[in-house]
Design a protein around this ligand. Structure first.
Ligand code: HEM
Length: 135
C-alpha cells in the first residue's frame, strides 16, 4: 500500500476518533435506513457493536504497513461474519454507507484522495474477510 494512502487514512481517522460514538450511531442509522434487510442480522446492542467495530478498525489502521500480521485475525472475523449471515454483496453496502458517513462527519477534510484511500483500505479488508469466510 502506498505510504500516501496510509497517511490519508490515518489523518482522517484521527479526526473521527474524538467523535466516534456519534459517527458510529450515524453509520448504523444510515445502514439500516438504506438497507433494512440487514437490521435482523444484528442481535446485540448496537453501541457495543460500534465499540468492537472501532477497535477492529484501529487494529487494521495501525497495521497497514504489515497486513500479514493481522491477516489471520481478519480471516477469522470474516468467517464469523458468514455465520452471522453476512453475504459478499453486503460488504459493498457497508462500504458505501461508511464513505457517506465519513463525508458527513468530515466534510471537505475528506477530499477525493482521502475517499480513494479509504476505499482501498476497506476493499482490502473486505476481501480478506471474504477469503476467511470461504475456507
Ligand atoms: C468490513 C469491515 C467490518 C469490520 C471490521 C467488522 C467488525 C465487526 C466486529 C469486530 C464485530 C464483533 C463480533 C466479532 O468480532 O465477531 C462484528 C459483528 C457483526 N458485524 Fe461486522 N464488520 C465488518 C463488516 C460487516 C458487514 C459488511 C456486515 C453486514 C451487514 C456486518 C455485520 C455484522 C453483524 C451482523 C455482527 C454481529 C452483531 C450482533 O450479533 O449483534 N459487518 N463486526
Amino acid at each position: 500500500m502506498h505510504p500516501d494512502t496510509v497517511s490519508r487514512v490515518r489523518q482522517t481517522w484521527a479526526l473521527i476518533l474524538p467523535q466516534r460514538k456519534s459517527v458510529c450511531r450515524a453509520f448504523y442509522r444510515r445502514l439500516f435506513l438504506d438497507h433494512p434487510e440487514l437490521r435482523p442480522l444484528f442481535k446485540g446492542e448496537i453501541d457495543e457493536q460500534a465499540d468492537l467495530f472501532v477497535t477492529m478498525i484501529n487494529t487494521v489502521i495501525s497495521a497497514l504497513e504489515y497486513p500479514e500480521r493481522v491477516r489471520p485475525l481478519i480471516e477469522t472475523l470474516g468467517a464469523r461474519h458468514a455465520e452471522y449471515g453476512v453475504r459478499p454483496e453486503d460488504y459493498l453496502k457497508f462500504e458505501q454507507v461508511l464513505l457517506e458517513t465519513l463525508y458527513e462527519a468530515l466534510g471537505d477534510e475528506l477530499d477525493a484522495e482521502a475517499q480513494a484511500a479509504w476505499r482501498e483500505v476497506f476493499e482490502a479488508l473486505s476481501q480478506t474477510m471474504q477469503a476467511g469466510a470461504v475456507r
